[in-house]
Design a binder for this molecule. Sequence first.
Ligand code: C2E
Ligand code: MG
Ligand code: MG
Ligand code: MG
Length: 283
Amino acid sequence: AAKGLGQRIVVEFNPALHTRSQRWLELASRMPKALEQGEFRLVYQPRMNLADGRTAGFEALLRWQSADGNIGPAEFIPVAEDTGFIVELGRWALRQAIDQMARWDSQSMSVSQVAVNLSVRQLADASLPDFLRDCLAVHRLSANRIELEITETAAMENLDWALPRLVQFDEIGVALALDDFGTGYSSLAYLQALPCSTLKIDIAFVRRLGTPSGDALVRAILAMARSLDKVTVAEGVETSLQHDWLREHGCDQGQGYLFARPLEAGEVGAFLIDQPAPLPTPT
Ligand code: C2E
Ligand code: MG
Ligand code: MG
Ligand code: MG
């Protein structure tokens, strides 16, 4: 289905779409109550520094545990985006991540940064910067402890109004990352103009490592990121082959099942304790 702000939505009748729309309607109508009843939660996937194997931070990912089973974000996020409920759900996630960081701080656990995903619909929300500032202020949490992830496609396709919002976030002091990088059509000029410090290389590229064209693509992305002075994070690192290649080619960080699946908030402490001691600095 067509989506996006101000775009015309054309729906033709076809049986498959009809079934999907039943499910869509079901999810759309259940979501507000599900949030109220505590069926949503965040899990946290570590992001590792490839140079020394230490934890650089975590990405917060939404989970929906409904009475009749788990519903994945790939299914419910698009529905929430279409209905506009993502504005409320996304605020809840942002506040939840910030509250959790404060809790970790109070337990003397060193979680240096948490990244939270933002939908394009949330960028249209003019009061989000104030909301964010308030959430941080409650705990006197410094803004750079939070990173906001926006997909490259969302940022680039809506640049005229997304850019001013990203600049606002940058002024608050939160870090910004371009998610699923490489799948969109960023021009170098725009990339340089964006106030984002991090590029998250899409899993599709990481999967293609080990083939000549896959290696060449990731090499090119890394070279470009370096020239623009952006931190690089590889998404979906699953094998030690990918890990070794990325580290040797200067990718800064990795995230993926090789290191850890997304963890419950209560599992993060044990994960941090188990991590390797810092490597001796090479001389
Ligand atoms: P994303 O932001 O690109 O998140 C990365 C996704 O890759 C996550 O899927 C993560 O569980 C998955 N992943 C991590 N490591 C591996 C790996 O080694 N192999 C494979 N195959 N996958 C890996 P998840 O949690 O299902 O989330 C899917 C998408 O849903 C996210 O993609 C993001 O776009 C969206 N999403 C999740 N939580 C939120 C949220 O709070 N707000 C918004 N707006 N979107 C969210
Ligand atoms: Mg993300
Ligand atoms: Mg991603
Ligand atoms: Mg993705």
